[in-house]
Write a protein that binds this ligand. Structure first.
Ligand code: AMP
Length: 117
């Protein structure tokens, strides 16, 4: 499944460049273009789903593969010991900008409160 207007589908297709850090048959991880922490990697299913709720409903196994890949990325980045955060912004109140589900792996420094007041 691909959405021709989706920027992350274009990254999966190789039509837009990215800095890949991990790839499996169904999952891709690449560096965020505007990192918010020393480590900031986006982990996505290659198939297009708009958000975490959609992929979880349609393909729970794939959702698990994405989360497992996120943990692998954290270990490869050397932040599994210090800790990291997994964020999947979903819908308007979250500030989701790109509507191809992506899990942010962020870490490499103390991240502060989970949600600002
Ligand atoms: P969100 O606000 O959760 O939808 O996050 C979207 C993320 O995608 C932001 O952190 C952006 O910096 C990142 N982003 C947007 N375009 C690209 C791109 N071409 N390559 C890598 N990261 C991107």
């Amino acid at each position: 499944m691909t959405d021709t207007d989706c920027i992350f589908c274009k990254i999966v297709a190789g039509d837009i460049p990215s800095t890949k850090v991990l790839e499996t048959e169904r999952v891709l991880a690449f560096r965020d273009l505007y990192p918010k922490a020393p480590t900031h990697v986006l982990v996505i299913p290659k198939d297009h789903y708009a958000n975490a709720a959609e992929v979880a409903k349609a393909d729970p196994a794939l959702t698990g593969e994405v989360v497992a890949a996120a943990a692998e990325v954290a270990a490869a980045e050397g932040i599994d010991g210090t800790g990291w955060r997994l964020i999947a912004n979903t819908g308007p109140h979250s500030g989701q900008d790109v509507f191809h589900v992506h899990f942010h792996v962020v870490g490499g420094k103390p991240l502060g409160p989970m949600v600002s007041a």
